[in-house]
Design a protein around this ligand. Sequence first.
Ligand SMILES: [Mg+2]
Length: 301
Amino acid sequence: MVGLALGDALGAPFEGGPLERLVWWGLGRTRDGRHRTTDDTAMTRDIAESLLACRALDLDDLAQRFARSYRWHRGYGPGAAAMLRSVRRGTDWRVARTAQWPEGSWGNGGAMRAPILGALLHEDGGAAAAAGDAVASVTHAHPEGRAGASILARATAACVRGASPVAIVEEVAAHHADPPWASPWGLVRAFLDAPPSVATLRKELGNEITAIRSVPTALYLGLSSLDEPFEHLLSRTRALGGDDDALGAMAGALWGARHGASALPQHLKDRVEDVGGLAHLARSLAGVSIDWGPGLRAAGP
Ligand SMILES: [Mg+2]
């Protein structure tokens, strides 16, 4: 959770074009001067609080929490903002999630909040992936949006278990071999051996807000940085531009899942909003037992 928050908050000032960066220049700091976290961290916090309160995965409770904690200044995408405002007005999330697009969103909003599920269910990659899918489905009905979350949850679980980057890519590839997911894994695997230029990475894997054009990128950034200082991951993410807070959140979560919050640089933790609160929440969550339900337990490795 802390790795995700650092990647999110420290990536956000580099997101998008000049106008978006100018807006974030005004909005992106708290009153005490810390970097503000965005929707990626806010929704991760919602998941943690829902699991703690319900001691189970309750998608109705989660939808209400997502809607209640929505704040326009935390950089939610326009589709997510409209959907969450609609839920706040009383629309069922199962209806609201397809009001913008009939097939649902294929953005990376499900993926960016999935790492916490991988961390909690790290012993079972299949269960982690199924939980990622379920939690994404509250706002992302489209199969691509849900798959992005499954992938990130599965990869995070494998990072906690200490799997090698190549093994993680192979595990993900084995479970996401159908189009459009078939094509990026060979590239991610090749890039781990021979790092591409920023321009090649941007062109081949992407830096956009769709799951298909950001999740493989974040996977590459996170896995290729596991044995480097966290600052390297941040600077490589910033160089890429585009949806920088989500890329930073996803890649930062993988790094954090591997090394733990105590390994993250203190000077960066000091610069980000409410890291202590997030760490406290994470510790609380780690200490409780969650009933994940028969569906997830049966998901298998
Ligand atoms: Mg964001």
